[in-house]
Design a protein around this ligand. Sequence first.
Ligand SMILES: Cc1ncc(COP(=O)(O)O)c(C=O)c1O
Length: 484
Amino acid sequence: MRPLGEAWHRRARGLFVTQPIMPIESLIPAVRTELPGPKSRELMARGALDMQSGYRALVVDDAKSRGVFLVDADGNVLLDLFANFALGALGYNHESLLRVARSEAFVRAAVNPTSTPFVTTPSWFDVLDGLARFAPAGMGKIYCVDAGGEGVEAALKVAFIAHGERRRVSAGLPKNPLELEPAEQARIMDNAGSDAVVVSFTGSFHGRGLGPLSATHSKLMHKADLPAFPWPTCEFPVSRWPLERYADENAAAEARSLAQLERVLDGHVGKVAAILVEPIQSEGGDRHASGAFFRAVQQLAAAAGAALVLDEVQTGVGITGSYWAHEQLELPRPPELMTFGKKMQMGGFFVTDALAVTQFGRMYQTRNGDRGRGMLGLATLETIEKEGLLAHVRDTGAYFLAQLEGLAARHPHMTEPRGRGFLLAFDLPSVQARDEFLKRAMRRGVFASYTGVRSVRLRPHLITSQAEVDLAIAVFDAALAELG
Ligand SMILES: Cc1ncc(COP(=O)(O)O)c(C=O)c1O
C-alpha cells in the first residue's frame, strides 16, 4: 500500500481535536445557568427528527469536557458520576483513546467498513489478538456486535442452538439442520420454533430486542404491547446491606430463590436452554446476591443441561474492580457465555469453545466486528491495565462506599448504600425524593442518575480520584440536608 503523504497527515491532524483540550486542573464543578441552560435549550430545540429528542437532559461540549468533568453547551462544569449510563470508562478525551482515533488504522476502519467474519483487514487480527488477553478464563471465543442487548440476543441464540443440536442428536436425528427431512425443514421455515426456554430473574434487564425483553422484568414500559416468549421467571434474592448485618436474612432469601429455581427446572426437564442472570442487577436497582448464590445457580444449570449466561453489559470492563464482575464470584468453572457492551465500545459475548457456533451462516451479521470500535474497546482494557485502574477502582470504590455509609448514618432518609468497586447506589424514600435529590446535586455540580424504583445510581468513570469522591460526598451531604 502507498504510504500516506505528509499532506494527508497535516490535513488529518486538522480534523482531529482542533481546539486545545483544557487542562484537567482548570475544571471544577460550577453551574452558572439553570439546567439545561439557554444555549443548551436552543440546541435542544433543533433535531426534532430524532424520535427521542423530547427527553434529552444535557448537551455536552465534548471539546471542552475533560477527564471526569463534563462541560455542557452553556459552559457549566459537572462532576460526571453518570458516565452516559455506565458507557464511559476513562473519562472525556482520554489521551490513549484519542491516540487510537488519530491512527491510520482507525481512520481506514471508519471509512472502509467490512463484513468482518467474511472479509477483513489485518487490523481486526490485531484487535482479536489484543482482546484474547482479556477474555475471561476458559472462554476462548468472542462474537462482536454493536450494542449490549444485541449481544444478549446473540448469546441466547448460541444457547438455543447448542440445546437444539444436543436434543436432536440424543433423539437420533442429525445435528446439522441442513440434513433434516424436507418436511421438518419446511416446519422450521414456517415458524415451528423451538419450545426451549430461558430462565431469568425478577428485576432483570437484558436489553430491548424481543428475545432479551422476554427475560427482562424491571420496568413495564420496556415490555408493554410487545409479544413475549412464555419463559419462566424466578425471584432474584436481593441482598440487604450492610451484608454482615443481614447475613442470615440474605442467606434465607437466596435459599428461597434457589428452591424456586429448582422447582422451575424440574417443571421444564430437557427444555431449559439457558439461565440468564446479571452478576449485579443494574437497571433493576443495583441488586446484589452472593457468590454462593451464583455458584449454586451454576450447579443447577449444569444439572439441567442449561447454559449459564452471565450478562456483564453493565458490570464488565473494570467497574467492579475486576475486568469482569463474575471473576469475584469464585465460580468453579467458567459460565458458558458472558455478554459485554457499554465500556467495551461494542456489544457481544465471550463463549466457551464447547458452545461456540462455527457452522457458517448460523450466527452471521453484516457488521460483526466493527474494527474501529474494537480498537477503542481494546485500548480501554489496555489503559485499565497500564494505569492500574482495577486496584484503583477497588480502593477508591471501598472509600466511596464508606463515605456513603457515613452519609446514611447522618441522614436517616438515605438507606442501603451498597456497591462493589465503582458500581454504587443508595436508596431514598420515594421516586419524588430521589428525583429532587438528583436535581439538587446537579445544581451543585454533581451529575448522578437513577435506577430501579427509588435508587440513586453512581457509575463514576474508572479514573475518578478520592478528592473527586470527597467533592461528591460534600454535595450529596448538602442535597440530603436540603431534602430534610
Ligand atoms: C445488564 C444489561 N444488559 C443489556 C443491556 C442493553 O444494552 P444496550 O442498551 O447497549 O443494548 C443493558 C443496558 O443498560 C444492561 O445493563
